[in-house]
Design a protein around this ligand. Structure first.
Ligand SMILES: [Zn+2]
Length: 149
């Protein structure tokens, strides 16, 4: 496995030209997380990504394995706090690029769908939130993450 792949959207800033809305919510040498780009999901959708070019948890090194639950928990808590959702769905396929990334999607009891149907509707069928909403929500999430939720 390589540490970096120049053709990978997650690894190479010249492939991914747009930073996440409002900038990173969390950035370390192991992890990075941002609000999903406008149009990609409902407000509060966060994408956590590994800094190294690894496919999935089976390839995590010791630091990634040791911090994964804590970083995921921090973000899940922030999404719940900021959006008021009841659950935070976690979705990872590594389909577009073979680089570990986890989608966190807020779900509420009063949403019309649940489970995979909810994910397909909100991440595929619908347009997702607008740029202004994404940036405002990202700002609220950044504050929640900084406060440790
Ligand atoms: Zn990569």
């Amino acid at each position: 496995m390589t540490e970096h792949d120049d053709s990978c959207w997650f690894c190479n800033p010249s492939v991914r030209t747009d930073p996440p809305p409002g900038g990173w919510l969390l950035e370390s040498d192991v992890w990075r997380a941002g609000h999903a780009p406008a149009g990609y999901g409902p407000a509060g959708t966060v994408i956590l990504e590994c800094r190294r070019h690894v496919l999935d948890q089976a390839e995590f090194d010791e630091r990634e394995a040791a911090t994964y639950a804590a970083v995921t928990g921090l973000l899940v808590g922030a999404v719940r706090r900021v959006t008021g959702c009841d659950r935070v769905y976690q979705w990872a396929t590594m389909d577009g690029f073979p680089h570990f990334h986890l989608w966190l999607v807020p779900w509420s009891r009063n949403d019309d769908l649940r489970g995979p149907r909810f994910l397909v509707d909100r991440l595929v069928t619908r347009d997702g939130c607008d740029a202004e909403t994404a940036e405002q929500t990202a700002s609220d999430l950044r504050a929640a993450v900084a406060a440790g939720v």
